[in-house]
Design a protein around this ligand. Structure first.
Ligand code: ACM
Ligand code: ZN
Length: 549
């Protein structure tokens, strides 16, 4: 067994060639829970690597990939070895740790990462890589740098079990490779849940084999509106969708990085792309068009028709075949009730169900509750749980639903008081489509708002909540809608570095956050993002606008 982790790293000092020794400030994001720095450094160049096979194939593959990149970048081979005693870098099983926790000890004889499960291994690895020269992320040979890391003892685990990020591929479509890059940067900062918003008024993005017109017709719009001039389309067709095969591949890719994907079918509103394909599912029967403007459409699914439920069950049934996630997101936001008020079939359904206006809601609101409850029981029959935007809370909501609070924190405060699980994603702190700087004239056009990285960082999900409510907060998520974001560079620019601030809300203990310390870590993180060729904003340092590449 390896021992004596924190012996002074004398040996190593000899191996440092031509670069100055690394500074002992680690600048890791998210900041680990506990870091104790020792004396000296240990060089990892050429160190052999061992991983306990009990972690499973994906963890082993991640470690092997790291060893291969370290070898290439350092120019000295880090072999995978089958004997723990031969290893200078090892990943050992420690069943006393929680599944997402890890320990990392760097001492004279190398580095030992302890974990009890795959995610702990991945997070230990993520931390270790942030301690190394950034070339390790790409495996690009980097001469004349030190491959030493400071002797240190880290003990780390997340504050929240749900650490989410959302992406909208409907307003603008993102190719599978771009989605994977998005997942890569999530993994770098220890997020574990990707919320994939797969349909909206402006495009249907998931292949549904039993309903082929959804993608044949619903995946393409004839143009996009120019900035906020709603009457003004650019006339350039925009579209795209993911095949089921591509989505399965993305699911596997994300899983290998410790990330679950929660798919969303937004219903019963935000359905114009589906209505363009199947107009018989609307109250008026159409015709409808995949929307070329942004906003909230009055045209929604007709709830008076049984065909609507047959359609939704087909869609959600196929979705469950693609995505193994515990949760399926059924949207529920921004569903105007105008059509239902006028529709004889919707009104007949309201009468049949005996729905009435009350002090708490209109009968049309209760009709939306009926949709939610019916799909909840359909999905529970398949072993899944639902998440909905906070509108699902209006009126009645069956136990077992999880509420995603986006219209501020109020929905989350109320839902948790009523005993529902909650994911906090308030637009006031976590909508990444807002401007990052107040120098709007220097920024790419955005939907509005002003959300600098400092404001994101200041969000505290437990403010306003008592202990009972806190126990219902599963975690925190940021959302990235893409009405005005049309290129991968712009998408990344809006995401970064606000994603890093999000990661500290999600990971660090409440008293473990400090904006000044976080800000000091950004130059180091920017070097990593540069190596991985991500585009990011430097507004926080007074450098405004998107860099041209
Ligand atoms: C939303 O931003 N409409 C959930
Ligand atoms: Zn109707």
């Amino acid at each position: 067994m390896r021992q004596n982790h924190l012996l002074p790293c004398l040996l190593v000092l000899l191996t440092v060639a031509c670069a100055p020794a690394p500074q002992s400030e680690l600048h890791i994001v998210p900041q680990p829970v506990s870091v104790t720095t020792g004396e000296g450094f240990v060089s990892l160049a050429g160190q052999s690597v061992w991983v306990d096979q009990a972690f499973g194939g994906e963890a082993v593959a991640a470690v092997e990939d790291f060893a291969a990149r370290l070898s290439k970048a350092s120019g000295r081979k880090s072999r995978m070895v089958s004997e723990l005693s031969q290893a200078g870098i090892c990943f050992v099983l420690d069943e006393t740790l929680a599944p997402e926790a890890y320990t990392l000890v760097a001492g004279a004889d190398g580095v030992e990462v302890g974990a009890s499960a795959m995610r702990g291994v991945l997070y230990g690895l993520a931390t270790l890589q942030q301690m190394l020269p950034e070339a390790v992320f790409t495996g690009t040979r980097q001469r004349c740098v030190s491959w030493s890391v400071p002797c240190v003892q880290i003990s780390d685990f997340p504050r929240f079990g749900y650490r989410g990020l959302h992406l909208d591929p409907c307003r603008h479509f993102w190719e599978a490779r771009e989605v994977k890059r998005y997942i890569d940067v999530m993994a770098l900062y220890k997020l574990n849940t990707f919320h994939f918003h797969l349909n909206d008024d402006q495009g249907w993005r998931v292949e549904i084999k039993s309903r082929p017109l959804l993608t044949e017709i619903g995946s393409v719009r004839s143009g996009s509106c120019i900035k906020a001039e709603y009457g003004n389309s650019d006339g350039i067709p925009h579209g795209g969708f993911y095949t089921q095969e591509q989505l399965r591949e993305i699911v596997d890719y994300a899983a290998s990085k410790g990330i679950d994907i929660i798919p969303e079918i937004d219903l019963p509103g935000h359905m114009l792309a589906a209505l363009a394909a199947y107009p018989e599912l609307g109250c008026t029967g159409g015709p409808y068009e995949v929307w070329t403007r942004w906003g909230v459409s009055d045209d929604v699914l007709c709830i008076g028709k049984e065909e609507t439920f047959a359609f939704l069950e087909d869609v959600l049934g196929e979705l469950c075949e693609i995505f193994p996630s515990k949760y399926i997101h059924i949207g529920g936001d921004e569903c105007p009730k105008d059509r239902w008020k006028e529709c004889p079939l919707c009104q007949a359904r309201i009468r049949q169900l005996g729905l009435k206006d009350t002090r708490h809601g209109t009968k049309e609101q209760y009709l939306q509750n009926y949709v939610t409850a019916r799909l909840q029981s359909f999905l529970e029959g398949k072993g899944r749980s639902i998440i909905g935007w906070d509108e699902i809370l209006e009126g009645e909501l069956a136990p077992g639903a999880t509420v995603m609070s986006w219209r501020g924190t109020e929905g989350g405060v109320e839902a948790s008081a009523r005993g529902f699980d909650v994911i906090m994603a308030p637009y006031t702190y976590l909508y990444l489509d807002y401007y990052q700087s107040d120098k709007r004239e220097l920024e790419p056009y955005a939907i509005g708002g002003y959300l600098p990285v400092e404001k994101v960082y200041s969000y505290e999900p437990f403010d306003e909540l008592d202990e009972f409510q806190q126990s219902h907060i599963l975690g925190v998520q940021a959302n990235l809608w893409t009405e005005y974001i049309a290129t991968p560079e712009h998408l990344e620019y809006m995401l970064l570095p606000r994603l890093l601030a999000l990661s500290e809300i999600q990971w660090c203990p409440r008293d473990g956050r400090d904006f000044e310390r976080f800000k000091e870590s950004l130059p180091r993180q920017f070097a990593i993002l540069d190596a991985m060729d991500y585009t990011y904003s430097q507004d926080v340092f007074g450098i405004y606008g998107m860099p041209s590449k």
